[in-house]
Design a protein around this ligand. Sequence first.
Ligand code: SAH
Length: 467
Amino acid sequence: MLLTITTTYSPATDLGFLLHKHPDRLHTFSLAYGQAHVFYPEAHADRCTAALLLEIDSVGLVRKNRGQFRDSFALAEYVNDRPYVASSFMSVAIAKVFRNSLSGKSKERPELADTPIPLTAKLSTLPCRGGEKYLRRLFEPLGYSVRTERHGLDTQNPDWGDSRYFSVTLESTLRLSELLTHLYVLIPVLDDEKHYWVDEAEIRKLLKHGEEWLPDHPEQETIVNRYLKHQRRLTRQALTQLRDEEIEEVEEQTHEGEAEIEQRIGLNEIRLKQAAEVIKQSGAKRVLDLGCGEGKLLRKLMREKQFEEIVGMDVSHQTLIIAQQRLRYDRMPEKQKERLKLMQGSLCYRDKRLAGYDAAAVIEVIEHLDAPRLAAFERVLFEFASPEMVVLTTPNVEYNVKFENLPEGKFRHRDHRFEWTRAEFQSWASDVSKRFGYDVAFHPIGDTDEIVGSPTQMAVFKRESHG
Ligand code: SAH
């Protein structure tokens, strides 16, 4: 079974530093059930591919594993798909062979390990219980574009129909460690089978590798359930650790319904990633997240060492409590705690605490403000707080026709007071930037349709220089 990882980051051969494996050599490792080889089918400055090939020793596997296979068919112990498909063996190999890369470390290129780069992962044969639909529900919310090719059961007998095996290509711009943690957890989830017994230690692994993305994943429950081999007690324990029961109760009040409509395309993740990236590129050190909600953007910002002070503000006290829990504030080291401040406040009232920051994010917030309060918000943000830059997003209402589960004429969330067309948003933002001395640029977020545009629209305001 084969996994390849390709980057077009330049110089692409830096992938060798990220994986701690030199592109010119063949690297071989012994595992309990066979061997793993790492080699580079291509290694050029503009494109580099690393391959992880597993050779499973199926006889050794049976000897070590007597009686573990579910099949009662005795021969199935010897004749099965394990040597040929990506399964929990692949996860074990990733953890062993790419241990440092999995936890985001790189001796030679620490900065690059922290940077989202274009990555493509290909899995030659991936068993998918739940089919392509489930495969997409796992990877698309994480921001991947997913391509699949389904294999027939038997090429000699096409009328036998499809098998549960796919060749899968996943593409996104993200940190290598993110890609590896996603694969580590989700390959065995798709396979829905593990070659070893699971216990509490598995919960720890799951929470560790899923730490950054599992709390927000729409398929959280099925992932946990399958990862822990459907053991109810373990599943329950893991889910409770992931989200306190209290959190579930108040979730209703945040924009969960909206998430449902938009989640098919993983829009929230894409939006927050893009916002974080724009702020990072600006060189900002002290940043505000206004209307921070449950702190998903704060989590991303905290990961970037560049940000020395990060402030999350929201009008809802309850939401801030959830943010605090989700960020595991209580368990944060002192140094991290010092970087983060959560505060309650409204964007419709002048607030001295907001003055003097390098950047502010206002992600999916303005549509929650009553239109008459918008004028107050404009002054609070652009006149009094007056950060060097503002990244602001709001739904593009033109795109709503593309959401099949959204009735015509309805907004994406019941708390939205308005949703704007691109023309309405751009006219508002241009007017605001003129009045308060900013330059503004517009960017689509999410898949862009030729006619109705992108699902989310983003404006980036930069204060005009006085010189
Ligand atoms: N930015 C977050 C949350 C968006 S939901 C994200 O993208 O995930 C909108 C958030 O705005 C809610 O958490 C809501 O409590 C907050 N909000 C609404 N009106 C507000 C106001 N007047 N001042 C501050 N926050 C407000």
